[in-house]
Design a binder for this molecule. Structure first.
Ligand SMILES: Cc1cc2nc3c(=O)[nH]c(=O)nc-3n(C[C@H](O)[C@H](O)[C@H](O)COP(=O)(O)O)c2cc1C
Length: 302
C-alpha cells in the first residue's frame, strides 16, 4: 500500500541537524544546502521525522493528533526514553489481565470505549497502513443481538454435525472439519444454546454490556497481525481502565462463515473481522496472578 508524502518542512525553523533524514525509513528526506527537504515520493506517514525534530519544523499532514487525545484518562504525550518506564508495573498489568466471564450490568460509557479504540491504534501495522476498523457495540441489547445471530449460526452447524453422513463426507472432502467440530465443540455448544434458551444464561458474551469488533479494510499486507496487535492493546488498556475483557472467538468464526451477521451490524463484505472483545465491569476478583505453561526458548547463535 503506497501512502502519499504529506511531510512539510518549515525551512525557517529547520536547523539543519539532519536527524529527520537519518530516521526516515523511506529515505523521503535529504539535506540540501544545509536544510532538510522532501525529495522522495514514498512515505510511511510514520511521523518519525516530526517526532525527532528538535525545532518542531516538520508536520506530517497525514497524521492526526486525534489518537493522542484521550477523554477519560489523563496521559502524557511526552515520549518515554528507552528503559525509563516501570517494567514491573507493565508486567503486573499484563499478568493481571484475565479473560472475564462474569460481567456486571453496569454500562460502559461511550467515551471509555472510544478511548480504548485510540489505545488500540497505537499498535504497529504493516507498512503503517492503519486499515483497522472498530465497531463499537455500546449497550447490552446490541451485544445480545449479535449473540443471537451467532447462536442461530451455531444451531445450524450443530444440526449439520449431528448427521453422521455429513461428517463422513466432510472426512472425505473437507479434511474432517465437521467431524473435528463434532468431537470438540458440538456438546458444549448444544449445552450453551440450551442454557441461553431455557435460562437466558449468556455463555457466549458472558453478560457483557459492550463489545468492540476489530476488523480490517481490504489492502493491508498483514491484516491479521495488525488487527491482533491493536486487540492486545485494547485488552491491556481495558484492564488498566477498570474494565474486564474477553475475546470471543466463536463470534469471529460465525462472522467469517456467515456474512449476513456482519451485514446486520453494518459491516461490509470486504471488511474482515479478526477479533471480538466483550467488555464491561468485571464481577471476578482474583487473589493471585495465573501461571503459564513452561516455555523453553530456542537459541540460534550460528
Ligand atoms: C483467539 C481467541 C479466542 C477466544 N475465544 C474465547 C471465547 O469464545 N470465549 C471465551 O470465554 N474465551 C475465549 N478466549 C479466551 C481464552 O480462553 C483465554 O485467553 C485463555 O483461557 C487464557 O486465559 P486468560 O485470557 O485469562 O489469560 C479466546 C482467546 C483467544 C486468544
Amino acid at each position: 500500500m503506497k501512502l502519499p508524502v504529506t511531510t512539510v518542512i518549515d525551512q525557517d525553523l529547520c536547523n539543519g541537524c539532519g536527524l529527520c533524514v537519518v530516521i526516515c525509513p523511506c529515505r523521503t528526506l535529504s539535506m540540501i544546502d544545509g536544510k532538510a527537504v522532501v525529495t522522495g515520493d514514498r512515505s510511511l506517514q510514520c511521523d518519525h521525522c516530526a517526532a525527532i525534530c528538535p525545532t518542531g519544523a516538520i508536520t506530517v499532514h497525514g497524521v492526526h493528533k486525534y489518537a493522542l487525545e484521550l477523554k477519560t484518562v489523563t496521559n502524557s504525550n511526552e515520549w518515554l526514553p528507552y528503559g525509563s518506564f516501570d517494567i514491573s508495573s507493565l508486567v503486573q498489568l499484563m499478568r493481571s489481565r484475565r479473560s472475564c466471564r462474569k460481567f456486571s450490568d453496569q454500562p460502559v460509557e461511550r467515551t471509555v470505549l472510544e478511548d480504548l479504540v485510540k489505545i488500540g491504534i497505537t499498535a504497529p501495522s504493516g507498512s503503517n497502513c492503519q486499515l483497522w476498523t472498530f465497531t463499537i457495540l455500546s449497550n447490552r441489547s446490541s451485544v445480545e443481538s449479535l449473540g443471537e445471530a451467532t447462536g442461530r449460526f451455531f444451531t445450524r452447524i450443530n444440526k449439520m454435525a449431528e448427521k453422521s453422513f455429513l461428517r463422513f463426507f466432510s472426512d472425505l472432502f473437507m479434511k474432517d472439519a465437521l467431524g473435528r467440530y463434532y468431537r470438540e465443540y458440538y456438546e458444549s455448544i448444544k449445552e450453551g444454546l440450551r442454557e441461553w434458551k431455557e435460562k437466558g444464561t449468556d455463555r457466549l458474551f458472558h453478560g457483557a454490556p459492550a463489545a468492540i469488533l476489530i476488523g480490517m479494510r481490504p489492502g493491508a499486507s498483514t491484516p491479521c497481525e495488525d488487527a491482533l496487535l491493536a486487540t492486545q492493546n485494547i485488552l491491556l488498556g481495558a484492564h488498566a481502565m477498570g474494565l474486564g475483557s474477553c475475546l470471543i472467538g466463536f463470534v469471529v468464526e460465525a462472522m467469517k462463515r456467515d456474512p449476513t451477521i456482519k451485514a446486520r451490524i453494518g459491516i461490509s463484505r470486504e471488511e474482515h473481522i479478526y477479533a471480538v472483545i466483550a467488555l464491561g465491569y468485571s464481577e471476578e476478583k482474583y487473589r493471585k496472578q495465573a501461571g503459564r505453561k513452561k516455555i523453553v526458548p530456542r537459541y540460534y547463535e550460528g
